[in-house]
Design a protein around this ligand. Structure first.
Ligand SMILES: NC(=O)c1ccc[n+]([C@@H]2O[C@H](COP(=O)([O-])OP(=O)(O)OC[C@H]3O[C@@H](n4cnc5c(N)ncnc54)[C@H](O)[C@@H]3O)[C@@H](O)[C@H]2O)c1
Length: 366
């Protein structure tokens, strides 16, 4: 069975499929981190995905993927522009009007915007009610819905207000990805590539050797690709829930990528995933400049990103402005910007780098 081949990640405990979802579910694992446990379930089809939920929260694009089944629902307008506190408050109000209790289950069905906001609402309602997340974008499946970070954008700052509240259950159905736009799918692929670079060598090989099938969303590769990418994040979160160490490695490419997005003003010319791949290209270049990244690894990693159509140059962007944006990032500690760098696949570390060195690296990427 494609879903159960994850030999490198010994911390994962595959459980037997002995519950009422057996017909549709192909595998499940338990993510244990600190005092939290998330049951991560994989489904072949979407039929049973929303079973046992009391209140379902969608956006306008994901609501149409599921027929109404007599369970109350709330539909947010789609898009990051609506990732705001009033949207969360509206859900809290409806939950109260419905008379939901602390043991009621709220389900968030959508991309990272919906899963972040629904999880935030669930963390607040009665100081925390049951939460099921059903991610419907690749990015939400392999990243956003996993690991407990919730929140909304506030006064122009992304995810400034939020809480920490892992879902009780995460239900993942790769088949849902077939309706996703190419642009959103490829954006999520950037995170999958990142997970391959960080942890899973088999995922790297799968991306290299099955490119056409991956891009075509062929179910035979999609299931394994999603499963492996999910397992990477599960492993990292289990080992470092509060981001005191290894979890920060998930920011590979993000320090550069977020700054590029900020400078370009989220004008839609670069998706988040495209900016992250550009950022990973810059991180490889920075590592080479510092004499620490293996040249063969830079070549191989860059070739993979280019094979998936990701741009490693951002002509026209202003290097000084990108550096300034990095320095404003709320996650930055101290004066110098810290970067996640790689020696080769699976060999990752984080270090501060002098501004002049960063500027040189940025200029080579424009
Ligand atoms: N909590 C975390 O750890 C974490 C990590 C990474 C990203 N995020 C957050 O995730 C968000 C981005 O998530 P995203 O990329 O999923 O964006 P998104 O939620 O905006 O979804 C992208 C678009 O795809 C549509 N869509 C979703 N599923 C679909 C489907 N199956 N078929 C057709 N259309 C579909 C959505 O309606 C939306 O228009 C950001 O707000 C980011 O801050 C959170």
């Amino acid at each position: 069975m494609a879903f159960s081949r994850v030999s490198k990640l010994a911390c994962i405990l595959p459980l037997s499929s002995t519950n009422r979802y057996t017909v549709h579910m192909v595998d499940e694992i338990r993510l244990r981190a600190g005092e939290f446990t998330t049951l991560v379930r994989f489904y072949k089809t979407k039929e049973a995905l929303l079973e046992g939920t009391d209140f379902q929260v969608f956006d306008t694009n994901t609501a149409v993927l599921f027929s109404e089944a007599g369970v109350p629902r709330h539909v947010w307008p789609a898009g990051e522009a609506h990732k705001t506190w009033p949207q969360v408050e509206a859900v809290l109000g409806q939950a109260l009007d419905l008379g939901l209790a602390r043991d009621s289950t709220i389900a968030g069905i959508g991309g990272g915007v919906v899963t972040d906001m629904t999880a935030f609402a669930a963390s607040l309602y009665m100081r925390g009610c049951r939460l099921v997340l059903v991610p419907t974008t690749l990015l939400a499946m392999v990243d956003a819905a996993l690991g407990g970070k919730t929140g909304v954008d506030y006064r122009g700052y992304k995810n400034l207000v939020g809480s920490f509240y892992p879902a009780h259950e995460l239900r993942i159905c790769p088949a849902l990805l077939t309706t996703l736009s190419d642009r959103e799918y490829r954006s999520g692929l950037a995170e999958v590539i990142k997970h391959a670079f960080l942890v899973d060598f088999h995922l790297l090989e799968l991306l290299e050797t099955r490119r056409d099938a991956v891009l075509a969303r062929d179910s035979s590769v999609l299931e394994e690709l999603v499963f492996r990418a999910v397992m990477v994040k599960v492993g990292v979160v289990e080992r470092d829930l509060r981001e005191t160490g290894e979890r920060a490695f998930l920011n590979l490419g993000h320090t550069f990528g977020h700054a590029l997005e900020a400078v370009l003003g989220f004008d839609g010319s670069w998706t988040h995933g495209e900016a992250v791949c550009w950022g990973m290209g810059r991180a490889l270049d920075l590592g080479v400049t510092l004499g620490k990244t293996d040249l063969a690894w830079r070549k191989r990693a860059s070739a993979l990103m280019e094979a998936y159509g990701f741009r490693l140059q951002a002509p026209g962007a202003d290097s000084e402005a990108i550096l300034a944006a990095m320095k404003k990032d709320k996650k930055k500690k101290g004066g110098l910007v810290r970067f996640v760098l790689q020696e080769s696949q699976g060999k990752t570390w984080q270090q501060p780098v002098e501004d002049e060195v960063v500027l040189g690296c940025l200029e080579r990427g424009l």
